[in-house]
Design a protein around this ligand. Structure first.
Ligand SMILES: [Zn+2]
Ligand SMILES: [Zn+2]
Length: 227
C-alpha cells in the first residue's frame, strides 16, 4: 500500500507539473499490463502522454457530462454513483471514500470504473491524505481482477479534467468543468478482441453481463489472502 501510494503521488506530481505548460491541453495517464494490452516492457510501469489537443474520446465524455449538468443541474457521475449504490448489483467494492462498479452496458467483460464518492473534477486536486485510501481501494480491485481472470492483460486510463489553465481566450471553454465533470479510473481487461464490428461502429459486443462480472469480483474477497 505504501508503494502504491507513492505511485499515485507520482501521477499527481507529473500531472500538476505538465499542466503548468499551457501548450498541453490534456495529460493522459494509463497503464498497459500484458503483451496483449500493449505492454512493451516486462516490468510493471505506467505511461503518460500529454497532448496539445483534448483527445476526442475525452472530449465526448466531457461534453456529455456538461450536457447532463445543463439539464439536471447535477453531475452525471454523481448520478451514476447514487443509482449504482442504490441498485447494488454492479458494485465491486465500496468504502467510505471510493466506489468501483462494473458499469451498466460495459464495453468489455469485467470492465470496471473506480470513482471517488465525493465530487471532484480533477485527480491533481485529490488531497494527500486521500491517496492512501485510493491505494488501498485500487490495489484491492486490481487483485480481485487478477484472481478472478488469472492475471489477465488489461489497460487502465485515468480520466481527469483537461488543463483548464490554458490561454485566457479559451478559458471559458471548460469554465463549468469543476461542477459537471468527475474524475475516475477506467479499468479495461482485454479478454475479448476488438474486431471489425467494433472498429466499424464504435459499438462493443460484451458477452459477460456486468452483474455477473461484479458477482465474481465481489466473491474474490474470501481468497484475497492467497493472492
Ligand atoms: Zn460528481
Ligand atoms: Zn471516462
Amino acid at each position: 500500500v505504501e508503494h502504491f501510494t507513492r505511485v499515485l503521488r507520482a501521477y499527481q506530481e507529473r500531472l500538476r507539473d505538465l499542466m503548468r505548460d499551457h501548450r498541453m491541453k490534456y495529460v493522459l495517464i494509463f497503464k498497459n499490463h500484458g503483451a496483449v494490452a500493449g505492454a512493451s516492457l516486462a516490468h510493471t510501469h505506467t505511461q503518460l502522454i500529454a497532448t496539445s489537443v483534448t483527445p476526442r474520446a475525452v472530449a465526448v465524455e466531457l461534453l456529455s457530462c456538461r450536457e447532463h449538468h445543463q439539464v439536471k443541474e447535477r453531475c452525471l457521475f454523481c448520478d451514476i454513483l447514487a443509482q449504482e449504490l442504490q441498485d447494488g448489483s454492479r458494485i465491486v467494492r465500496e468504502d467510505a471514500h471510493y466506489v468501483t462498479v462494473t458499469p451498466y452496458a460495459s464495453r468489455f467483460p469485467f470492465e470496471m470504473w473506480l470513482m471517488p464518492r465525493q465530487h471532484s473534477h480533477c485527480f491533481a486536486e485529490v488531497p494527500e491524505a486521500e491517496l492512501r485510501h485510493l491505494a488501498v481501494h485500487f490495489r484491492d480491485v486490481l487483485r480481485r481482477l487478477r484472481h478472478v481472470l488469472k492475471n489477465p492483460p488489461y489497460n487502465f486510463v485515468l480520466h481527469t479534467s483537461p488543463n483548464t489553465q490554458i490561454e485566457p481566450k479559451r478559458a471559458h471553454y471548460w469554465e463549468t468543468i469543476r461542477y459537471d465533470y468527475h474524475w475516475h479510473l477506467e479499468i479495461l481487461p482485454r479478454v475479448t478482441r476488438v474486431a471489425g464490428f467494433e472498429w466499424g461502429t464504435g459499438f462493443y459486443i460484451c458477452p459477460t453481463p456486468p452483474e455477473i462480472a461484479a458477482g465474481h469480483l465481489r466473491d474474490a474477497r474470501e481468497t484475497e489472502e492467497t493472492l
